[in-house]
Design a protein around this ligand. Structure first.
Ligand SMILES: [Fe+2]
Length: 376
């Protein structure tokens, strides 16, 4: 076998086989011959061929049956018939059943026969190339699917790690801010836990008012930090048990501005600054609100919420000059100043929470996690 391509001729007439061999002697192909179907089948087992050309009328097994057998054993081999005019009906039938690639009639034209056999080899090569490419595509698809699965798993894992890191950072953030708020509260034994409670009450009001999650978080942080400016107010003024002089009162009134100045340089607290600055404005914009005398919705909504939360906690906590006030007093005070000092919607939100949850709303020993609260 000296060439890449092999053709097998099957014919019971030896002269025809000889003529075919002669015809193709100089061609770039190996030529095998068999004079019976069984011999052809055996030959194919030993020598791979790409093309089989058979006569129709032969003893033992005819050409169509031989090609069927070849098709079954070697489905890729290109099958052709070389047949006399008298058998043409059978051959046409074989073509129609998809058994054969071409039909060549005897006597044949030499050039045509050579060309047809070359075409058959091309056909074979093309089909095996398509098959090979399909196989490559399939393998690459499998590889891709595999890579996709790995990638998805990796992304899932990374997302989980990121979420955990994010949660860690948020917790650290809230802890740091809480520590700062506690430092402020520590200036006065009577305000221990005040900032934390204002943060909690304000968050509950914010949720009652259907604020989005990120705004509830902002309200909580602003609640924790609302009095951070008291760091800049003298302790003697803050802890003074008696009535403040007008000058001392002016000094106390500076704390929202001081607080805003303290927070301003902190990038991630930028949103909180106006909330802190305006937490003592009055809703009606009268001169009693400070520092800017803003009115209505010019006052940031978180500030209006914090003012109600701040008032509720101040009234329900002991003071050096009085014990904690009852919720009835708180309710009547809030109602009395609703629309003047307080935003009526914030007052209503508090009354709704009180109605639903009762006195435990102002309990001093409730544990609170802002992120559980937001997601809960
Ligand atoms: Fe304040």
């Amino acid at each position: 076998m000296t060439h890449d391509h092999t053709v097998l001729f099957v014919d019971d007439e030896v002269n025809i086989l000889k003529a075919l061999q002669r015809l193709l002697r100089t061609e770039e192909m190996n030529v095998l011959c068999a004079s019976r179907a069984s011999e052809a089948i055996e030959l194919l087992e030993q020598h791979p061929a790409q093309v089989v050309v058979t006569d129709q009328r032969m003893p033992e097994m005819n050409g169509v049956d031989l090609l069927s057998a070849v098709r079954e054993r070697h489905p890729d081999i290109v099958r052709m018939m070389l047949t006399g005019y008298t058998e043409i009906n059978v051959a046409v039938d074989a073509i129609n059943r998809g058994e054969i690639f071409r039909l060549i009639t005897k006597p044949w034209n030499d050039d045509e026969l050579r060309a047809t056999i070359r075409q058959a080899f091309d056909h074979f090569d093309l089909k095996s190339e398509i098959k090979r490419l399909n196989q490559v595509t399939r393998e690459q698809n499998f590889k891709l699917q595999d890579m996709n699965r790995n990638l998805e798993a990796k992304v899932r894992e990374r997302t989980k790690q990121l979420a955990a890191k994010h949660q860690e950072l948020r917790t650290a953030y809230v802890q740091t801010i809480s520590a700062l708020a506690e430092a402020v509260d520590a200036k006065d034994t009577y305000t221990r836990g005040h900032s934390q409670r204002v943060g909690v009450y304000a968050s509950k009001l914010a949720r009652e008012l259907s604020f989005p999650k990120d705004v509830i978080e902002r309200v909580y942080i602003a609640g924790l930090l609302h009095d951070v400016g008291k760091i800049g107010v003298r302790d003697s003024v803050i802890t003074k048990p008696d009535r403040l002089t007008p000058e001392e009162y002016e000094e106390i009134k500076k704390h929202p501005e001081i607080g805003a100045k303290i927070l301003e340089p902190v990038d991630f607290l930028r949103d909180i600054v106006p909330c802190v600055r305006h937490h003592h404005e009055w809703y009606d914009g009268c001169g009693r609100g400070y520092p800017d005398g803003l009115r209505g919705d010019r006052i940031p909504l978180p500030s209006r919420v914090i003012l109600v939360a701040d008032t509720v906690d101040a009234m329900t906590s002991d003071r050096p000059y009085r014990k904690a006030l009852s919720l009835d007093v708180v309710v009547s005070e809030l109602t009395k100043y609703s629309g003047t000092q307080f935003d009526p919607t914030c007052v209503e939100a508090f009354l709704a929470i009180l109605e639903r949850d009762g006195e435990q709303v102002v309990s001093h020993d409730q544990s609170f996690d802002i992120y559980e609260f937001i997601e809960g």
